[in-house]
Design a protein around this ligand. Structure first.
Ligand code: ZN
Length: 342
């Protein structure tokens, strides 16, 4: 087992990985040959030292592969099966974890940040984190299961109903996937971005209300909602838009969610939020939506074919991350990159 470890800021090394020996006999491990991994904004922020990443951790936020050694008593998850590996696990140390409420873990561990991610030839993972991929889900689509799971958590946590207006700030892949799901559930997304290319991708993906750099967002949201403003606002931390814009498009007493695929920090001022008595939510990835996400892909509920992506070879991971970091410094955005391992 070898993987691309982050040794220090902007320095990667392909290193041999230790095999896990389980100290707890109730935890069952499987070994997965990784076939494809996805490098996201979170990986780039870890690479440049902007996130609190543990040293000596293999990067790579999402991955899929084939089971090469199966744990015991796994129904249907035998050697050779095509799987998605859920990229987070509970800390098992906080109050909630110790009281059997791992789903409410206050220190969720994230692959690529707290433990080894998927830029590795093999991953040794807890068997409970493996999800069988049906033939109707392509490798490419499976890499977005994590994005869809987060989008489902957002819709669920905000209690979004049919006909609700939802302002989505940030038209990266996550923003486009959330907007498509909102349409699927018959809500009305208004997608906001400063990046015209991303707006075009959103339109091609079937999102009809989009606002770009030249628009007066507050005025446009007011006119689209008949003066009501947005009942729910979702702000993605990677949007490169000032966080206070989320408050300016919200209605009185609206729900505003801060979320994203990284823990990127953004400055914020609360005066408008207090004036409008907004309900602020912070939403992180969590387990529980993976099976539903696979099902949505299998049912063709989301069109992932237009998403903006790059491709890279496994050998070229260091150059790829360096290029992605440069692009982030130049224009504030990361183009998520698929790495082929076979
Ligand atoms: Zn915990």
């Amino acid at each position: 087992m070898k993987g691309w470890k982050l040794k220090e800021e902007k320095s990667l090394a392909l290193e041999e990985l230790a095999e896990t020996t389980s100290v707890d006999s109730t935890v069952d491990f499987s070994k997965v040959k990784i076939t494809k991994a996805l490098i996201t904004t979170a990986d780039v922020l870890r690479y440049i030292g902007d996130l609190d990443t543990h040293e000596d951790v293999v990067l790579g936020s999402y991955g899929i592969g084939i089971i090469s050694e199966s744990g015991s008593n796994l129904f249907g998850l035998e050697k050779g099966k095509h799987v998605y590996v859920e990229p987070y696990k509970p800390c098992n140390e906080c109050y909630n974890c110790k009281n059997g409420e791992e789903k409410k873990c206050s220190n969720l561990m994230i692959a690529g940040e707290d433990y080894d991610g998927f830029l590795a030839d093999f991953a040794q993972v807890e068997s409970s984190k493996l999800f069988l991929l049906p033939d109707s889900v392509s490798d490419y689509e499976a890499l977005f299961i994590g994005h869809i799971s987060l989008a489902l958590s957002i819709i669920d946590k905000l209690g979004i109903q049919k006909g609700d207006y939802v302002a989505v700030i940030g038209a990266n892949n996550l923003g486009i996937i959330l907007s498509q799901l909102l349409i699927y559930y018959q809500a009305v997304p208004i997608l906001i971005s400063n990046y015209q290319d991303n707006i075009e991708i959103a339109k091609a993906s079937g999102i009809y209300y989009t606002l770009g750099e030249g628009d007066n967002w507050q005025k446009e949201v007011s006119s689209l909602t008949g003066g009501r403003m947005a009942k729910h606002v979702v702000y993605f931390s990677e949007s490169n838009i000032h966080a206070n814009k989320a408050f300016s498009v919200a209605s009185f007493n609206a729900d505003v969610a801060f979320t994203g695929d990284s823990y990127k920090n953004n400055p914020i001022s609360f005066s408008q939020a207090i004036k409008k008595q907004l309900d602020i939510h912070c939403i992180n990835a969590s387990s529980g939506n993976t099976a539903a996400s696979i099902n949505l892909i299998a049912n063709k509920a989301i069109d992932l074919s237009h998403l903006k992506l790059d491709n890279a070879k496994y050998d070229a991971v260091p150059e790829t991350l360096e290029n992605m970091a440069n692009k982030l410094a130049e224009d504030g955005l990361v183009v998520e990159t698929i790495v082929d391992l076979i």
